[in-house]
Design a binder for this molecule. Sequence first.
Ligand code: DQA
Length: 141
Amino acid sequence: MTRNIHIINGPNLNFLGIREPEIYGYETFEDILHELKTQFSKTQFHYFQSNHEGELIDYLQKNHKIFEGIIINPGALSHYSIALLDAIKYMKCPIIEVHLSNIYQREDFRKNSITAQGAKGVITGFGKYSYFLAVQYLLKN
Ligand code: DQA
């Protein structure tokens, strides 16, 4: 059972609450993280966000030995970053890709996730609950 969960958010997810709230919601990620910590009080959450592909890859490389479970929302990088996919592929722990919006209901360029090929599974379209569902999976596996 995973007790240490790393949440990694990609570009523009630091602007949750401000950015297209009708799509991504009115809460900031700090609000969501607070709710996760309250609901899963025995779980240790670690959070990293970057707008830069290379920084996300550096973070994965630096911590790959200590990860027990990863929830990643690569943002737009999902749709084109082979470099991030390559990094995801050498993670040894379960890694779940999440999206707030349902990427299949949106523009064609969002319908394919390259990075998802390296994930255990994908949870998309449940708003902030995409993260909650991913935590539930990791706690049971
Ligand atoms: C997103 C979907 C992506 O297409 C978009 O670029 C994002 C957010 C989501 O959580 O719905 O930045 O990953």
